[in-house]
Design a protein around this ligand. Structure first.
Ligand code: CAA
Ligand code: NAD
Length: 292
């Protein structure tokens, strides 16, 4: 089957990027958010990113306008009724995702493929809540979506070959390099990346070094583009916390357990760059690390 019409549920950090790359690649895209404020913020994020591409000379003004014209922003789920593929990028909560897919299962025709961008939930848990587990797949993009080249295409034990092939081909069409991953919590990248960030937090808790020095260590010592704390703020502290909880629940291994400092940040609403503060205060003069 060929995918032409795409739906993206959630227009936060990830959904906005997924909608952008899909529209730039020529797909007709419907983007859904929960309310007008979230929708306006999501649309602004897409516009800002497209403007950035124009200012970098990667896209011309006409390309920007055409991409935007291919996108419909809505708070209604009913506009998903004619989609070939729906990519879910809402909050990392199994209950929220199951509720969304349960509703979409009623609204969408049988052939519509459902994909989740989950970081840590198992795709099987969501697929089992629908009447189309064979047309359900994981499609895990990386942040920032317009820049990061990888997508993990995640097949459950019942995902059909046709669904996998169609979504794998779609990934290439939006300019990404797909890899196939099994449906285990964390797939490939987060299985390695999440314990690394959590370990960095534990080093700060133990007083090994400061947040800024650990970030310096990993950028200057290992050549990573960002240290673990800037990356944590970039991913979203709330998302990282939920991911850690889910992976710990799945594996019961200490390496996935959320350190108390991570929980404290979430309690204080310090969700990272998206809220202006996390491990750092993101001031106009640059990031100021949390003093502990
Ligand atoms: N949207 C669009 N484009 C962006 C962007 C954004 N949010 N941020 C940066 N870019 C583009 C810039 O336009 C620039 O493009 P050119 O090279 O063509 O000029 C390029 O990316 C580099 O940007 P900058 O020079 O401004 O900044 P940088 O060199 O510091 O790079 C970065 C920024 C690409 C984000 C880099 O720091 C990086 O690769 N960081 C690591 C990101 C990472 O590890 N992501 C994975 C997170 S984990 C995940 O996603 C999985 C999960 O489930 C949690
Ligand atoms: P985010 O908090 O930036 O955005 C989530 C958005 O979903 C919010 O704007 C919220 O209003 C919206 N939303 C909630 N319920 C909704 C619903 N029923 N319908 C439509 N919209 C709804 O989160 P994010 O970082 O974009 O993460 C989204 C998903 O992508 C999560 O599953 C996360 O684990 C995964 N993910 C995140 C990253 C990352 O680096 N942040 C990377 C890969 C995957």
């Amino acid at each position: 089957m060929e995918i032409r019409k795409v739906g993206v549920a959630g227009c936060g950090l990830m959904g906005s990027g997924i909608a952008e790359v899909s529209a730039k690649a020529g797909f007709d895209v419907v983007v859904r958010e929960v309310d007008d404020a979230a929708l306006a913020a999501g649309r602004k994020r897409v516009e800002k990113s497209l403007d950035r591409a124009v200012s970098k000379g990667k896209l011309d003004g006409a390309g920007r306008d055409e991409a935007l014209a291919r996108m419909t922003f809505t708070t209604s789920l009913d506009l998903f009724a004619d989609r070939d593929l729906i990519i879910e990028a809402i909050v990392e909560s199994l209950d929220a995702k199951k509720e969304l897919f349960g509703y979409l299962d009623e609204v969408c025709p049988a052939q519509t493929i459902f994909a989740s961008n989950t970081s840590s939930l198992t795709v099987t848990d969501m697929a089992a809540a629908t009447a189309r587990p064979d047309r359900f797949i994981g499609l895990h993009f990386f942040n920032p979506v317009p820049v990061m080249k990888l997508v993990e295409v995640v097949r459950t034990i019942v995902t059909s070959r046709e669904t996998f092939d169609a979504v794998y081909a779609f990934s290439s069409k939006v300019g990404k390099t797909p890899i196939a991953a099994k449906d285990n919590s964390g797939f490939v990248v987060n299985l390695l990346l999440v314990p690394y960030i959590l370990d960095a937090i534990r080093q700060v808790e133990r007083g090994v070094a400061t947040i800024e020095d650990i970030d310096k260590a990993m950028t200057l010592g290992c050549g990573y583009p960002m240290g673990p704390f800037v990356l944590g703020d970039f991913v979203g502290v709330d998302t990282l916390y939920r991911v850690a909880e889910i992976m710990y629940e799945e594996y019961r291994e200490e390496r996935y357990a959320a350190p108390p400092l991570l929980k404290r940040l979430v309690t204080m609403g310090r969700y990272g760059r998206k809220t202006g503060a996390g491990f750092y205060d993101w001031t106009p003069d640059g990031p100021v690390p949390l003093k502990l």
